[in-house]
Design a protein around this ligand. Structure first.
Ligand code: MN
Length: 234
């Protein structure tokens, strides 16, 4: 077999550092759960009682906050209402389809803290017109993430406090226990629709308190037991 020749360099593997290990986690897909905390669903104008639904971001939307460092994201184009959504991120280490909730833990490599950054004005326009959310959710640099903590070292993230401060002031503060669809149930629903692969990331949804950031803001967010994330908007 001759070596494959490409007309240009193929894209680099996107990867996330792992706490306490030299290996990095190579990213396959980014799945996101919509409206997965009741109080956030209500602030968006919904009841909080619907089945889970999903959208995706491209893997290269990841912006890594390396350990002990702030990540920088550019203020994106076309928006004047850039929102933060602090989220627990689940990293899949073993793929599978039709995974049942009681088996979900075996498929989890680890957990991280992520931000589902959202061009809310564009997302709202698309919602009104019944069009896809891609331009609001899946834009470049829309998925900041901190280092992944292996599951065995992460403690009980399912009941951990989740919080976000902007410029030192609380914006979001809740607990992962308030997820409408918990991590295991989310994996069950997601893997019924797609075959999960090693390298998949799941942004599990955000609690109430989403709001706008502007150039110069510093976002500091966490899920207790995991490495917090620090992001600056340039
Ligand atoms: Mn979200």
């Amino acid at each position: 077999m001759p070596d494959i020749v490409y007309p240009f360099a193929p894209p680099a593997v996107v990867s996330v550092p792992v706490v306490g290990r030299t290996e990095r986690f190579p990213v396959h897909r980014i799945y996101c759960v919509g409206r997965n905390y009741e109080e956030h669903a209500k602030e968006m104008g919904f009841t909080g009682r619907e089945p889970p639904f999903f959208f995706l971001k491209p893997a290269d939307a990841i912006v890594v906050a390396e350990p002990g460092q702030a990540a920088t994201i550019p203020y994106p184009s076309l928006t004047s209402n850039l929102h933060h959504e602090i989220e627990l991120v689940v990293a899949i280490g073993t793929g599978g389809k039709n995974i049942k909730a009681p088996d979900a833990a075996k498929h989890i490599y680890g957990y991280a803290v992520g931000l589902d950054m959202t061009r809310r004005d564009l997302q709202n326009d698309m919602k009104k017109q019944g069009r896809p959310w891609c331009i609001g959710k899946a834009y470049d640099h829309s998925a900041p993430i901190g280092p992944i903590t292996p599951a065995a070292q992460a403690g009980d993230v399912n009941s951990a406090p989740i919080w976000l401060q902007v410029n030192g002031t609380d914006r979001q503060r809740s607990t992962v226990a308030k997820l409408i669809w918990n991590v295991a149930e989310t994996i069950e629903h997601l893997s019924a629709a797609w075959e999960l692969q090693p390298g998949d990331l799941i942004y599990t949804g955000t609690p109430e308190g989403v709001a706008a950031v502007v150039r110069g803001d510093t976002l500091h967010g966490g899920v207790d037991g995991l490495t917090p994330i620090l992001v600056k908007v340039a």
